[in-house]
Design a protein around this ligand. Structure first.
Ligand code: SF4
Ligand code: SF4
Length: 411
C-alpha cells in the first residue's frame, strides 16, 4: 500500500474505505460481512475510513467493528456534519456528540461539512457560529482536521477553496466528471494550495466498473494487447497487468492514481475480492502510471458510456426515502439500462426490481414535493426525469398488466 501525507504529516493510505456502501441484509447493514471486508482492507494496509451522519447505520457499524477489533487508534475516521439539517452551533454540538457515540470514540480525525455546493452556504455557517464551533473542537482535540465534501460546479469549488484554510477536501471525481463538479481544474487548484484531496465516486457508484458491452470488448482487447507486448516495452503495461486481469474498474482507478493531486481514493467495497483487487491496483499505480494508449482507451470508453446513459444518477440514495414511495435510484438504473441494453431488458429490470420491493410505487406517483431535488448531489431535475423514465419504462400496455406481472414475479 502507498501512503500520502496530510498537512500534519500523518500518512493516509491512497485507497480509502467508503462505508456508505456496506452490504445490506434487508434494510440493515450485514455487520459480519462488513467486518470481514473491512478487516481484510485493514490487514492489507487501508487506514482511511469514510462515513457520514446521514448514511443509515454506517457510523454505528464502523464504530462496532473498530471497537471489537481494537484498531481505532490505527486508522483515520472521516465523517460528515449535515449542515443542511442544522440551524446553529447548538445543533452542531448535538450531532457531533451523537456521532462520537455511534463511532465509539472520543475524537474524529477528519470532520467534513457535508455536501457544500456554494460559498454562501459556508459563509452562512460562519455567521451561525458553526465555523467557531469547529475550531474550538479542533483546539480541544475532538476534531483533528476540518474539511468539506463538495457537489457543485468548478467555480463554486474554487471559491470555497479560497474561503477558509481547509485541512483537506473531498470531491466527486472520475473520468466522466473530468470537466463537471470540481473537475480537473478544481483538483489541480487544491493541489497547488497544498490541500489533500479525497476522491469520492471514483467509479460513479459502480457504473464505471460495469461498462456497456462495446466498452468491455475494447478493454478486453487492450488487456490482450498488453499481455503480448515485448518485454522491453512494458514499463507501464506491467503495472497495469501485474495484479491479474485488466478490468474497467482497474482502468478507472488507474486514471485517478495517474494524477499527482489525488491523495486518497474512496471505494465502497463490499466483497473480499473487490478489497483485494483494489488494494493491488492502489499499491501499483503511481502518478504518471498511464501510457498514452491507456489514456486513449479511457477516452473511447468514456464516449461509449456517455452515448449509453440517460441520467447521471450515481445511486447514492441521498434522495431516499421519497415520501410518495418511489425508488428513485432504482428507476433511474432501469432507465439507463434502456439506453445501454434496450427496452426489453430495461422494462424487465424495472418490473423485477419493483416487484421485489413491495413498498415502492411507480414513478408516475410522484407528487412533485421536490424534497429529492434539494438533496441530490448531482443536481438532477428528478421530477422531470421521472416523468420521462415513466413514459419509456411503462408504456400504456404494460401499465395495464403491471400489477399482474409483479404478482407472478413475486411468486
Ligand atoms: S418530488 Fe416526487 S420523487 Fe421527489 S421526493 Fe417528492 S414525491 Fe418523491
Ligand atoms: S437521484 Fe440524485 S440523490 Fe438520488 S440516488 Fe441518484 S444521484 Fe443520488
Amino acid at each position: 500500500m502507498q501512503y500520502r501525507k496530510n498537512k500534519n504529516g500523518d500518512n493516509w493510505s491512497v485507497l480509502g474505505y467508503g462505508c456508505m456502501r456496506f452490504t445490506k441484509s434487508g434494510t440493515s447493514i450485514d455487520l459480519d460481512k462488513a467486518e470481514q471486508e473491512l478487516m481484510e482492507a485493514y490487514r492489507l494496509g487501508v487506514n482511511y475510513y469514510d462515513t457520514a451522519y446521514i448514511y443509515q447505520g454506517s457510523e454505528e457499524a464502523l464504530g462496532k467493528i473498530l471497537e471489537k477489533n481494537g484498531i481505532r487508534d490505527q486508522i483515520c475516521i472521516a465523517t460528515k456534519l449535515p449542515h443542511y439539517l442544522l440551524k446553529d452551533r447548538k445543533k452542531a454540538e448535538e450531532m457531533l456528540q451523537t456521532q462520537l457515540k455511534r463511532l465509539r470514540t472520543d475524537y474524529i480525525d477528519n470532520y467534513l461539512m457535508h455536501m457544500l455546493t456554494d460559498v454562501d452556504t459556508w459563509k452562512h455557517l460562519e455567521e451561525n457560529g458553526v465555523k467557531d464551533f469547529l475550531e474550538e473542537k479542533k483546539a480541544e482535540g475532538v476534531i483533528r482536521n476540518i474539511g468539506f465534501s463538495f457537489h457543485g460546479n468548478t467555480d463554486a469549488f474554487l471559491k470555497i477553496l479560497d474561503a477558509y484554510d481547509w485541512d483537506f477536501c473531498q470531491i466527486q471525481y472520475n473520468y466522466i466528471d473530468e470537466i463537471s463538479q470540481a473537475g480537473r481544474i478544481g483538483l489541480e487548484a487544491a493541489q497547488k494550495k497544498g490541500i489533500p484531496v479525497i476522491i469520492m465516486e471514483p467509479l460513479r457508484g459502480g457504473k464505471l466498473a460495469d461498462v456497456p458491452e462495446e466498452a468491455k470488448r475494447m478493454i478486453g482487447d487492450y488487456a490482450n494487447k498488453l499481455s503480448h507486448v515485448p518485454a522491453a516495452d512494458t514499463s507501464n503495461q506491467e503495472e497495469a497487468m501485474s495484479s491479474g486481469t485488466y478490468t474497467a474498474a482497474k482502468m478507472g482507478l488507474r486514471w485517478l492514481y495517474d494524477q499527482p493531486g489525488v491523495t486518497v481514493v474512496l471505494s465502497g467495497m463490499n466483497s473480499l475480492e473487490m478489497v483485494q483487487e483494489n488494494v493491488k491496483t492502489a499499491a501499483e499505480s503511481l502518478p504518471g502510471c498511464m501510457s498514452d494508449d491507456e489514456r486513449a482507451l479511457v477516452e473511447q470508453v468514456k464516449a461509449i458510456i456517455q452515448k449509453n446513459t440517460r441520467v447521471g444518477c450515481t445511486g447514492c440514495r441521498y434522495c431516499m426515502p421519497c415520501p410518495a414511495g418511489i425508488d428513485i435510484p432504482a428507476t433511474f438504473f432501469s432507465w439507463n439500462t434502456l439506453a445501454s441494453e434496450g427496452k426489453k431488458t430495461a422494462r424487465a429490470e424495472y418490473l423485477r426490481t419493483s416487484a421485489m420491493a413491495t413498498n415502492t410505487v411507480p414513478p408516475s406517483k410522484c407528487v412533485g414535493c421536490g424534497k429529492c431535488e434539494k438533496i441530490c448531489p448531482q443536481k438532477l431535475p428528478i421530477r422531470t426525469l421521472l416523468k420521462e423514465a415513466d413514459h419509456e419504462l411503462r408504456p400504456f400496455y404494460l401499465r395495464a398488466v403491471e400489477p399482474l406481472i409483479k404478482k407472478l414475479m413475486r411468486r
